[in-house]
Design a protein around this ligand. Structure first.
Ligand SMILES: Nc1ncnc2c1ncn2[C@@H]1O[C@H](COP(=O)(O)OP(=O)(O)O)[C@@H](O)[C@H]1O
Ligand SMILES: [Mg+2]
Length: 336
């Protein structure tokens, strides 16, 4: 396998939800912190796509933002091409800002509504080549449009005049302008029609082949993730519960949660009906007295079928990632 480009080791990020006027003064604050990302470790190789999948709120975006230093973390280590960049100052990190880029979920937040498309791309090109002359910049703008299959006549438009798919393509062109090596793509097909989603996936895969890019591909949709990724990591309430080759995760999932994720209604349902042990689990989560054992147990069909084995909820026996087969790990006492 190719060299690691990114190694994330035991990443942790807690949030302190606002509870009241004086909550920031209260000692209680620590007791109520939410471990949004709770000991996440993975390696991404050069030219590889690792999919990060899980329901909304499981910590995917937080993980992505921590890698780009858009968000501080509580503990953990991040290595880029073998170098520990965890403690890099903004000054030290600046050269890497071009290498590591993020495609943000929100189509509109990514593009300045007051700038024409040509100016958005020009600005991005100048990030890499501050003194590029006008002719060079113009040529590069056309090249970028070619790469993302957009016509030149869009250049004089404002973002609001483009369709969702076109905005996404411009967002991708803007990221490509700085010639990144590693792209964190956070739900890059959300808010797009299914046919456009497929086009964006194909575009990202073509770009990967052409430029040898590495992707951390974040999505709540396991089908999309399987299509896009070489390997897949499945997250549940801040932790990776299964990770392995995309085909295996899709065809023979070992974690009951992964298998449930295949019914794509899970994401929708969890937003509509509070499910015990999912969103509401955060409500009872106490950082100093963590929920014991497996976090998925309250929703787990295997736990129910087996007559609620005590090991699943035993605080002294929280499941950890164990090798299920080569390159495939799962964190479950009773894997499928
Ligand atoms: N800035 C924030 N302040 C407080 N809580 C946050 C913040 N950002 C995210 N969270 C919480 O952290 C958890 C993980 O969020 P996020 O990483 O956005 O999940 P995902 O991208 O998987 O939907 C959620 O419970 C969310 O409510
Ligand atoms: Mg998110």
């Amino acid at each position: 396998m190719s060299q690691p480009i990114l190694e994330v080791i035991e990443l942790r990020k807690n949030f302190y939800p606002r509870r009241g006027l004086f909550s920031s003064l209260s000692k209680e604050k620590n007791a109520r912190s939410i471990p949004a990302v709770d000991g996440v470790s993975f390696t991404l190789h050069e030219n590889e796509t690792l999919g990060l999948v899980g329901e909304s709120g499981c910590g995917k975006t937080t993980t992505g933002k921590a890698i780009l230093k858009l968000m501080s973390m509580n503990s953990g280590e991040i290595r880029y091409r073998g170098t520990d960049i965890t403690a890099y100052t903004p000054e030290q990190f600046r050269p890497l800002r071009r290498d590591i880029q993020m495609i943000f979920q929100d189509l509109d937040a990514a593009l300045n509504p007051k700038m024409r498309i040509a100016d958005i791309l020009r600005e991005a090109i100048h990030v890499r080549e501050a003194d590029a002359d006008a002719v060079t910049v113009q040529r590069q703008i056309y090249d970028l449009l070619d790469l993302v299959n957009l016509k030149k006549n869009k250049l004089s438009n404002y973002p609001s005049e483009l369709s969702g798919g076109e905005k996404r393509r411009i967002g991708i062109a803007r990221v490509l302008a700085v010639r990144p090596k590693l792209i964190v793509a956070d739900e890059p097909t959300s808010a797009l029609d299914v046919s456009i989603q497929a086009q964006v996936i194909n575009l990202l895969r073509d770009l990967q082949d052409q430029f040898g890019l590495s992707f951390l591909f974040i999505s709540h949709d396991l089908q999309l993730v399987e299509l896009m990724s070489h390997r897949v990591a499945v997250m549940y309430l801040g932790q990776i519960v299964e990770m392995g080759p995309a085909k295996e995760i899709a065809n023979s999932p070992r974690h009951p949660y992964t298998s449930i994720l295949w019914s794509s209604i899970v994401e929708k349902r969890s937003r509509e009906i509070p499910v015990t042990g999912s969103a509401s689990a955060w409500g009872v989560f106490d950082f100093e007295r963590p929920l014991g054992g497996c976090r998925f147990a309250p929703r787990c069909p295997v736990y129910a079928e087996r007559g609620r084995p005590s090991i699943c909820t035993d605080p002294a026996n929280s499941p950890t990632l164990k090798v299920a087969s080569e390159g495939h790990v799962v964190s479950c006492h009773f894997p499928l």
